[in-house]
Design a protein around this ligand. Structure first.
Ligand code: MN3
Length: 207
């Protein structure tokens, strides 16, 4: 069964003014669709691998045959990362979106970073420094939250880490609206973070 691109869980304009509808159309309909098409093409002769969930495929990258490993790393990673990314955001002004974190993740952020502002600052500074294309992530390892970055479409899952929160800092995610001002995009992005989804992923990371 080939992978499929799910529709966005909200309208293309739902994240405005922080992320514009044109960026969302290009990002979801073109970029994410291309990752889906390309990972399906790479797995065309590997039905056993294609039967895995996309997250299981990426977590088991080391077991993928070498001739398609690069394609799976980039495009399977792209599919897994973006599938999480759309759900980690939500319509501006809706319950649990933007503002301060709630629930268990709020307590863990306070425990590990002191307060939300310090956490945000550390996440933004770390992610701003990712050279070229990549992602900033929040993961939970050895009982503590940790901020990491990955290059390209590399997934924390490949390193045994379940991503709780992630932001895409490929230029395709922000260039139309923010041009080269990645730090401005990073600062604005917190207004669309869906803390319900972050808490759901935090629970899974701890399980
Ligand atoms: Mn992207």
């Amino acid at each position: 069964m080939a992978y499929e691109l799910a529709p966005l869980p909200y309208d293309y304009f739902a994240l405005e003014p922080f992320i514009d509808a044109e960026t969302m159309h290009l990002h979801h309909d073109k970029h994410h669709q291309a990752y889906v098409n390309n990972v399906n093409a790479a797995l065309a002769s590997y039905p056993d691998l294609a039967a895995k969930s996309i997250d299981d495929l990426v977590a088991g990258l080391a077991d993928v045959p070498e001739e398609i490993r690069g394609a799976v790393r980039n495009n399977g990673g792209g599919h897994s990362n973006h599938t999480a990314f759309w759900k980690l955001m939500g319509p501006v002004g809706s319950d649990g979106v933007g503002g301060a974190p709630t629930g268990p993740i709020a307590e863990q952020i306070t425990a590990d970073f002191g307060d939300f502002e310090t956490f945000k600052k550390t996440f933004n500074e770390t992610t701003a420094k990712q050279f070229g294309s990549g992602w900033g992530w929040l993961v939970f390892a050895a009982g503590k939250l940790k901020i990491i970055t990955t290059a390209n479409q590399d997934s924390p899952l490949t390193h045994g880490l379940y991503p709780i929160l992630g932001n895409d800092v490929w230029e395709h995610a922000y260039y139309l609206k923010y041009n080269n001002r990645r730090p401005d995009y990073l600062a604005a992005w917190w207004s669309v973070v869906n803390w319900h989804e972050v808490n759901a992923r935090f629970a899974k990371a701890k399980a």
